[in-house]
Each structure stands twice: as structure tokens, then as C-alpha cells.
Design a protein around this ligand. Structure first.
Ligand code: BES
Ligand code: MN
Ligand code: MN
Length: 461
């Protein structure tokens, strides 16, 4: 790749300005109040792909938000890279905890980002990382160095479970045919410790409702004599882990892929400081499944977490009441080869079984997806590793992540191709949290590294 550094130096300010414009649109897929903004964002992505040099760009309507498809086919005999990303973002709340408004991007320095970081919802997840691919394409097209064919598929429903993407992929296998799928929607260990994500966890997300009496009751007149659904729900949830923090749902671990001692020893080599980890989160101790390290607990082991719990009186002051209903949203992160639908069933059966007679329980499955592991002994991984070696001067560490991109396993099933997860974010970038940001250095490093992947992948194919 000639002149990538020069091109970056000359266009850096514009690359930042363009991303900032995209980040100003609040494309919150979970909140229907922002539906026009989500649609406007798809139009902005379309325009960006056209400007970067795609020959064909389409807005593909779905039953939900549109998918933006773009392509530049230079020669059907050459390999084709399919880039996937998402233009929707998480809701910004709690907005009070942001130091600057979530949709008014600002660049500020931080201790880990001395060259500045862009603070905005979606800066890292995933507008910033998706846009690196758009700008990498621009560079390759403008300097006449695009070595192969490229297709883009950018969706607007990732943060709400990609419900319509599966339908689109199944119906457009020919259009989406590719030799490798490339995604930047994960992270790396540190700016001086590049890593490539080789695994994602699966997910089963459910909502539970516990009903006691038919109406809210005076907690003095009835307290002690009828089941309080909030008390019961808390007890039921607590029973889902044992004293060693193992999950107690029968059959939950049956299909878990246990790593060999050798694989675990390999994993343990990745640089990690427990002290720094605790300090960054301001906790005195870590917590998790007995017998596993922190890095194992958050990547190769399945988990069960309550994401929200509510019921009863939460207004100002005190109200003496026994609520009729209590609710919780529960997520289970899964590992290969757990099946998300099977786990959802196991959860439902168990949760209904442990409910005392005094209440009724409803379990409503939300969405889910399978986990994923990328092989590292193939051309695509080797090409990615070589690209990092070129731009970071270091061999990247293969690392399994705890997060989920459920659609990745579906890509493999429908399109029969492997996915390479070249993420340039950091865990400390606060994705899904207040003050999400993305390092300017990371953004530019991504734009610099991606073209080398195309080059090496084409050469090695
Ligand atoms: N980009 C994230 C997933 C991610 C982040 C994977 C960092 C690995 C490292 C994605 O946008 C996301 O948030 N996924 C959701 C699942 C989805 C079904 C809502 C998640 O992991 O909670
Ligand atoms: Mn994402
Ligand atoms: Mn996300």
C-alpha cells in the first residue's frame, strides 16, 4: 500500500469531521421516537459509500430499519470482501452522567488517548469503527490500490437483535456471496498490544414477570400473609447461582465447550493486570465462577445476569405497598456449543419450576444468537495478522471476547464464509455507557490497517 500514511495525514481532519457529522444523528434503534433519525442515518451511510467510490449503493427496506448495501466489483475473478457494520446506536441514558451531550461530539484528551478521543454515542460502537471501512475504501479507490472486490452491508438493528438481517441474508445469498466477512465491531487489548477477536459469546435474553395478588395491597393489612412478588423474584434470582457462582439451571453446562489446559495456558499469556482492572472499575475484589480467571470468566465461560429489575413503589418518599407484580430482564451469555434456543427453554422450565405456588410466573424470550469462534489457521486470519504486523509492528494476540454479535454465526450458516473481527476499540471506551468515546489514534490506525488486509488477503488467496 503506497502512501497510506501520507493520505491519512492529508485527510485526517476531514475524516474526523465526516465522522462527527454522522455521530450527530441520534440513530437509537431501541426507541421509536428516533425512527426518523435512524432512517436519516441510513441515507447518510448511503451517501458516504457513494462518495467513497462504491459503484452501486442501495437502501434495502426490511420490516424494520433499512440495510445499506454497497459494492465495488472490479473483477469477478478476484476475491470479494464483505464488510458488515451497524449504523444504529444504544440509547444514551443515563444522560445526566455524560460530561458532554451524547449527540454533540467533542474531541478530548484522556490518559489512554493522548491524541484525543471523540466522545459521542456510537463513536466506537459502531459508527466510528464502521466508518473506518468507508474511509479505507476511499483511500484504496482514490489511489487506485483496491486489490479485490468489496461489498458493504450496514444494518440499523444490531443493538436490538438484528431481527430482519437474518431474513435479508437468507434471501440475498447470491448478492452477498463473498470470500471473507470483515467486521470492526469489537475491541483490542491495548494500543501497544494489538489483538484480533477470535470468539464471540452467544446470547439468550428473557424477561420474567412474577404475579402475586391481583392488585397492589396495603403492606400492613396484608403483609406477612400473602406472597410479595418482589421478595419472591429476588429469592428466585438469587437461587440461579450457587455458592461457587455456578449457574444452577439443570443442563445449562451440558454442551459447554471446555477448553484444554493447553488452550487455557495459551489464553493466560495475554497481558492482563488484575490490579489495574480493579482500579479502573473502583472495585475491591473481582467476582465470578470459582476455578476460572477473570479473562476466562468474561470470555470462555457462560454467564447469567439481571440487566434490570423493577416493581412496586420507586417514587419519592415511602409508600407502604405490596405490589401485584415484579419484573426482571435477564441475559445469559453463552459459549460454543450452547444453543441459545435450547438454553432459553431450559431457563423457562427451571424458572417456572422454582416458583412457589403463591405466585404465577411468565417467561418471555426476547432474542438471542449463537456464539462464534474464528479459526486462526486460515488465509483470512493470517492476512489480518500480517496487516497488524505491518501497521503496529507487532503480531496481534488472538483473543476471545465476551460480547455478542449474534448475526456472525448466521453469516457462516447462510453464506458459508468465515468472519474476521478486526476491532480497534478498547474496553475502556465505554460502549453502551455514558461518555462513550473512540480514540483518534485508533480510528486512524484502523483506516491504515484495513487496506493491508485487502492486499494480503488478495495475495494469499
Ligand atoms: N459491538 C457490540 C458487541 C461487542 C463489543 C463484541 C465489544 C465484542 C466486543 C454489539 O454492538 C453489541 O452491543 N452486541 C450486543 C448484543 C446484541 C444482540 C444487542 C451485546 O453484546 O450485548
Ligand atoms: Mn456493535
Ligand atoms: Mn453495541
Amino acid at each position: 500500500m503506497q502512501n497510506v500514511q501520507k493520505y491519512l495525514a492529508q485527510n485526517k481532519d476531514r475524516f474526523l469531521e465526516e465522522l462527527i457529522e454522522l455521530l450527530k444523528i441520534p440513530s437509537i434503534s431501541a426507541d421509536s421516537a428516533f425512527s426518523q433519525d435512524v432512517i436519516d442515518t441510513s441515507e447518510a451511510v448511503k451517501a458516504a459509500l457513494e462518495k467513497a467510490g462504491c459503484d452501486l449503493v442501495e437502501i434495502c427496506e426490511t420490516d424494520g430499519y433499512p440495510i445499506v448495501y454497497g459494492e465495488k466489483i472490479i473483477n469477478p475473478d478476484l476475491p470479494t470482501v464483505l464488510v458488515y457494520g451497524h449504523y444504529d446506536v444504544q440509547p444514551p441514558d443515563p444522560v445526566d452522567l455524560w460530561n458532554s451531550p451524547p449527540f454533540e461530539p467533542v474531541i478530548k484528551e484522556t490518559p489512554i488517548h493522548p491524541e484525543g478521543a471523540i466522545f459521542a454515542r456510537g463513536a466506537c460502537d459502531d459508527k466510528g469503527q464502521m466508518y473506518m471501512h468507508v474511509k479505507a475504501l476511499e483511500f484504496m479507490v482514490k489511489t487506485d490500490q483496491l486489490p479485490c472486490n468489496v461489498k458493504f452491508m450496514i444494518e440499523g438493528e444490531e443493538e436490538v437483535g438484528s431481527n430482519n438481517l437474518g431474513v435479508f441474508v437468507a434471501a440475498n445469498k447470491e448478492k452477498l456471496a463473498n470470500d471473507v466477512i470483515l467486521i470492526s465491531d469489537t475491541g483490542m487489548i491495548a494500543n501497544d498490544v494489538p489483538s484480533i477477536t477470535t470468539g464471540l459469546r452467544g446470547l439468550s435474553y428473557v424477561e420474567v414477570e412474577v404475579t402475586g395478588p391481583n392488585r397492589d395491597l396495603h403492606s400492613g393489612l396484608y403483609g406477612g400473609a400473602v406472597a410479595n412478588p418482589i421478595n419472591i423474584l429476588a429469592k428466585m434470582i438469587a437461587s440461579l447461582h450457587d455458592e461457587n457462582n455456578h449457574i444452577t439451571i439443570p443442563g445449562f453446562y451440558d454442551k459447554v465447550d471446555e477448553l484444554s489446559e493447553q488452550e487455557r495456558a495459551e489464553m493466560a499469556k495475554a497481558p492482563f493486570s488484575l490490579e489495574k482492572y480493579k482500579k479502573s472499575l473502583q472495585i475491591n475484589a473481582v467476582h465470578g465462577e470459582e476455578g476460572y480467571s477473570t479473562n476466562e470468566r468474561n470470555s470462555i465461560r457462560p454467564t447469567l445476569d439481571v440487566n434490570g429489575i423493577w416493581g412496586g413503589y420507586i417514587g419519592e418518599g415511602a409508600k407502604t405497598v405490596i405490589a401485584s407484580k415484579a419484573y426482571a430482564k435477564i441475559s445469559m451469555r453463552l459459549v460454543p456449543h450452547q444453543d441459545w434456543q435450547e438454553i432459553t427453554e431450559l431457563f423457562k422450565t427451571h424458572f417456572e419450576k422454582i416458583a412457589p405456588k403463591s405466585v404465577t410466573v411468565k417467561v418471555k424470550p426476547h432474542h438471542g444468537g449463537q456464539g462464534y469462534v474464528t479459526p486462526i489457521d486460515n488465509t483470512a486470519y493470517q492476512a489480518a495478522a500480517k496487516a497488524y504486523e505491518t501497521t503496529f509492528g507487532k503480531t496481534p494476540v488472538p483473543q476471545r471476547s465476551g460480547g455478542s454479535i449474534p448475526i456472525v454465526s448466521l453469516f457462516e450458516k447462510e453464506l458459508k464464509s468465515k468472519t474476521i473481527l478486526m476491532g480497534f476499540g478498547l474496553d475502556s471506551d465505554a460502549i453502551h455507557s455514558p461518555n462513550e468515546h473512540f480514540g483518534v489514534w485508533n480510528y486512524l490506525k484502523g483506516i491504515e490497517t484495513i487496506p493491508y488486509f485487502y492486499k494480503y488477503f488478495t495475495e494469499m488467496s
